[in-house]
Structures are given as C-alpha cells and as structure tokens.
Design a binder for this molecule. Structure first.
Ligand code: NAD
Length: 244
C-alpha cells in the first residue's frame, strides 16, 4: 500500500513497553503511527527508527498527556500532518506510584489520576473531534485488571484504571451513532519495565495460565479491536485468567 493511503493510529506512551510493541505491530500490519511519549528521547528515537523501516511517514511527539494545552497543541500538529488519515487512538500512557492507601501522599494520588485518567480524557477529547470530521474510527483505552478487581497498594492506580472503564463506556455511548467504537483492554501482569521489580515466580503462581503476559499479548488485542466492527463499550481482559 502507498504510504499516504495508510490509516494513522495515534499511540500514547509509544516509546517503550506495551506501547512500543503496539507501534511495531501496527506498522507490520500496514498502519502508520504517530506516537506520544514523555520519557527518554533516546528510547523514543529507537522505537521511531524501527517503526520507520515499515512506515517511513510515522512520527513521534514529546507530549505530557496530563497537560491539556500540550495535548491540544500536539493533536493540532498531528492533524496538520495526517488530516483525513487519522483513524484510531490507543490511550496507553500510564504510570504507577504504589503505596498503601493510609500512607499515600496527595502528590502520588494526584499524579497517577492526572496521567492515567485525565490523560486518557484529554487525548480522547481532542482526537475524537478529528474522528468525527473523518466520519469514524476507533478508540482503545488500556485499563488494567487492577481497575476491575482492585489491588492492595494501588488505590491511585486502580481508581484511575476503573475510571478509564467508566470513560470508555460513556464515550462508546456518545459516539455510537458516529461510526466511532470505544473499547478498553484490561491487561494482567505484563513483562515490561513497569513490572520489572516484581517477583516473577510469586506473581506467576497467582496466574491460572502460569506465566506473565508479554507486550505482544496486548498488541494482538489492540489489532483485534481495530478490526472489530460490532464491539463497543467492552472491556477485554488479557490477563492469563487472573481476574476470572
Ligand atoms: P511503561 O512504564 O514501560 O511505559 C509507559 C509509557 O507511558 C512510556 O512510553 C512513557 O513515556 C509513557 N508515559 C508515562 N507518563 C506519560 C505522560 N505523562 N505523558 C505521555 N506519556 C507518558 O509501562 P507499560 O508496562 O508498557 O504500560 C503501558 C500501559 O499498560 C499503562 O497504561 C499501564 O498502566 C498498562 N498496564 C500495564 C501492565 C503491566 O503489567 N505492565 C498491566 C496492566 C496495565
């Protein structure tokens, strides 16, 4: 397919982990990608050069999704660059700041809600305007099983991820007649830098399928939801059965 005819997927937090794997799977499948990141320029640069091997027009943008002005300006740039090609948004950017509820600081509570939940809202609001103009598209939000079953030590994170599920269902209802589907994925324990300090052996004992997930397990779910015409407002658990 000609590069300019490819559909564009915007991925937040695309520089590493699940976001990086998603970016690379998307370009393999014939999409082009604009990804956002907030961390190291070096890892973003590496991911971008890998993506450009398959899709030379892919780009990355440094943008803090919790900052609505930064999101608005970045999405304007993306629209100028790709206009009618913009087809989907994957809200993947997320952070943890774990600690027991009784000892959790205001700052740790707020930052996790701001990045995970408000960031998803900021991106959805700006990109949905483009999808409406383009007469359809997909929004996929990365939640977590913590948002479904809770997790001791993650009051901030679990609340943000449960909030994403409420946001997903509301957006699905608001956009249902506009050709835009909105779904969430709830990963279990996935091997990335976010989970590198966990005791893998202990975690795997809790998982019915007896292994931690790979970033590619989530990327496959993203590709599936991109291809699904008749699914909206759903929460797809990709968790080896941990939240059965
Ligand atoms: P990661 O820490 O490896 O990557 C997070 C990405 O988000 C990075 O690219 C980072 O630059 C970006 N990011 C962080 N703050 C940002 C901000 N303010 N603005 C823009 N980008 C920002 O994490 P991961 O394990 O790949 O997780 C990706 C998503 O999957 C997160 O939403 C996470 O909550 C969710 N998730 C992960 C797991 C897991 O076990 N790894 C489980 C459930 C859900």
């Amino acid at each position: 397919m000609e590069e300019n005819d490819k559909k564009l997927v915007v991925v937040t937090g695309g520089s590493r982990g699940i976001g990086k794997e998603t970016v690379l799977s998307l370009v393999d499948e014939g999409y082009r990608v604009a990804f956002l990141y907030s961390g190291s320029e070096e890892s973003a640069g590496k991911t971008l050069s890998m993506a450009r091997e398959k899709s030379p027009s892919s780009k990355c943008y440094k943008c803090d999704v919790s900052d609505s002005a930064n999101v608005k300006a970045t999405v304007e740039e993306i629209y100028k660059e790709y206009s009618t090609s913009v087809y989907a948004l994957v809200n993947n950017a997320g952070i943890t700041r774990d600690g027991l509820l009784m000892r959790m600081s205001d700052e740790d509570w707020r930052r996790v809600i701001d990045v995970n939940l408000t960031g998803t809202f900021n991106m959805t609001r700006e990109i949905s305007r483009i999808l409406l103009r383009n007469k359809g598209g997909r929004i996929i939000n990365i939640s977590s099983v913590s948002g479904i079953i809770g997790n001791a030590g993650q009051a901030n994170y679990a609340s943000s991820k449960a909030g994403i599920i409420g946001l997903t269902k509301t957006a699905a209802r608001e956009f249902a007649t506009k050709g835009i589907t909105v779904n969430a994925i709830a990963p279990g324990f996935i091997e990335t830098e976010m989970t590198e300090n966990l005791d893998k052996g202990e975690v795997e004992k809790l998982i019915p399928l007896k292994r931690m997930g790979k970033a590619s397990d989530i990327a496959k779910a993203v590709l599936f939801l991109l291809s699904a015409d008749y699914i909206t407002g759903s929460v797809l658990k990709v968790d080896g059965g941990i939240a059965l």
